[in-house]
Write a protein of this length. Structure first.
Length: 257
């Protein structure tokens, strides 16, 4: 019989790195984490965009901590991880929101330039952040790593072959991370212990924010998931039983608004 789920400790007091924090989904994640009592570390590639999104760092008490980093450079991400640990102690989670979309045309039109953009943004940055923070996530009693993927992988299209292949690779990497976390905890050959860390894929058809609604007030956006819904689910991962969510792919299209 399957054991009863063991709720996680929640996000209160957690230190969480938000990679890609200046995006609409990143800003939503930072808001949701702060509302839950966590300390989000907003990470982006441009200091001016970070300040525009979250205010000048250190300008006031309670300001959102900000770090600039080229997440496609593993050495830079390792330095980021050391910096965050030094300033905030152990890291409890990473929410990876870096990527972008390139698509359109025929299968033969899938360009190397688009693939390089997608691979760098969606795969390389994910590999780097997951490796640099793996030990932190594994050591935390509520360690969580989350990425965003696409529900369209179930029926990949010729026009989006580059994009969907990159997302598929990122999903495979994240699930490999999940197995690595299991091997350190519940799947240990000797002295297994309860699973407390998890790597999770959150899948959406497409994301929606208020700027998109304002730009097209008469459009319905069927199947889109609002960035606030995505953020809320990412925060809720810290309260889920790690054994239940580790390695899972959570479809958020049913939560679209």
């Amino acid at each position: 019989m399957k054991p009863e789920p063991t709720p996680g400790p929640g996000a209160q007091g957690a230190v969480v790195v938000v990679a890609g924090a200046t995006s609409a989904s990143g800003r939503a994640a930072v808001r949701a984490l702060r509302a839950a009592g966590a300390t989000p570390i907003a990470v982006g590639s441009d200091a001016a965009r970070l300040a525009a999104a979250f205010g000048e760092p250190g300008a006031r008490d309670g300001a959102v901590p900000q770090r600039t980093c080229d997440l496609a450079d593993f050495g830079a991400v390792q330095s980021l991880a050391a910096d965050v640990r030094g300033a905030f102690g152990a890291v409890d989670g990473v929410i990876h929101l870096v990527g972008g979309w390139r698509g359109g045309g025929t299968f033969a039109d899938q360009s190397d330039a688009d693939w390089d953009f997608l691979a760098r943004g969606g795969i390389t940055t994910l590999r780097n952040t997951s490796r640099a923070f793996f030990e932190d996530v594994a050591a935390s009693q509520r360690g969580r790593f989350a990425m965003v993927s696409s529900t369209t992988l179930a029926r990949p299209s010729a026009a989006n072959a580059n994009y969907q292949a990159a997302k598929a690779a990122a999903e495979a990497w994240t699930r490999s991370m999940a197995q690595g976390l299991s091997l350190l905890e519940s799947a240990r050959k000797e002295d297994p212990k309860p699973q407390t860390s998890a790597a999770v894929v959150l899948a959406v058809k497409a994301l929606l924010d208020e700027a998109m609604r304002a730009a097209e007030p008469n459009r319905r956006f069927p199947g889109y998931t609002h960035v606030d819904v995505l953020a809320a689910r990412a925060v809720a991962l810290f309260s889920d039983d790690a054994a239940d969510v580790n390695g899972s792919r959570i479809d958020l299209t049913a939560s679209s608004i």
